[in-house]
Ligand binder design. Sequence first.
Ligand code: ADP
Ligand code: MG
Length: 340
Amino acid sequence: MESLPDVKERKVEGKHDEPLLRVENLKKYFPVKSGFIFERTVGYVKAVDGVSFEIRRGETYGLVGESGCGKTTVGKTILRLYDPTEGDIILDGVNIAKLSEKELLPYRTKMQIVFQDPVSSLNPRMTIGNMLSEPLLFHGIAKNKSEARKIIAKLLEEVGLKAYHVDRYPHQFSGGQRQRIAIARAISVNPSLIILDEPTSALDVSVQAQIIKLLRKIQDEINAAYIFISHNLALVRFISDRVGIMYLGRIIEEGNADEIFENPLHPYSKLLLESVPIPDPKRKRKRKMDDTGVPSPMSRPNGCFFHTRCKYRMRICEIEYPEMVDFGNGHKVACHLFGR
Ligand SMILES: Nc1ncnc2c1ncn2[C@@H]1O[C@H](COP(=O)(O)OP(=O)(O)O)[C@@H](O)[C@H]1O
Ligand SMILES: [Mg+2]
């Protein structure tokens, strides 16, 4: 990671005052069915349950939290790969939360996603050239195949691959190269928002650094906003301008990346960030994250969802969900310790 330029020097260009994306009270519940012949809904997994945040153009928003807290579901619901149960998704001033598939079409190019596993996200039976030309032709970015070929050659170069790679199949590439292809596909339609869902988790550390470098370069060039989902907290701190910490379907703390990592306020954030591995072997990790007793999103506790694991819990924590308190400077926390 030493070879990478300092992310904090980068300024976020606010050409417009209006954020690129404003998510308000977003909810996604998955029904839980039971019964053999006559299925009925016996409950809901409240995967996302009232998430609000905004992102400006060219900004990177890191989304962190334990596995199963709803990060991927937030991403997929914003992209309208899932229909939201409730809430607003305001992209460039337009609420896309309730648009029909047809109405959504012009917005599909504005938002793209890169998943963790490029093996399953790339069609094994398609050449890279055909795979990359599909969205170009479908969205009318290229008028014909030869125009698509020209654009693809530029895209491949942009992500550090070669023009002659077009005739190859995904299995002929390494993991890092496949992720470069997935990134090329995402940027081919000139999106203003890219959701990166654990984009480097399947890669070796050295390859990871190259991909991060590539993502930074691309962001500087196309000024896209990134939602960066990862459980690698050091990486999240490195790449993010702001960070949101999720617990059981809600954001419980949010702020500038440095502020969050240096001064986490929520007891859950403290626990999560303390469990980041410390590179210096002489220094012992203070505490390891204990994920026993994590409540399920199907049957969450009353009051603050975290109170069952919280060593600071008070009476009110068992009764009332805490309101988000803003400390100014964008640092917000939902915890009764900081209630008004
Ligand atoms: N398609 C789905 N159907 C039912 N439950 C789901 C579905 N996708 C995710 N979930 C559940 O929603 C919760 C959040 O999942 P997810 O968004 O994948 O979390 P994360 O990405 O933070 O690990 C989990 O309890 C998961 O089991
Ligand atoms: Mg996930």
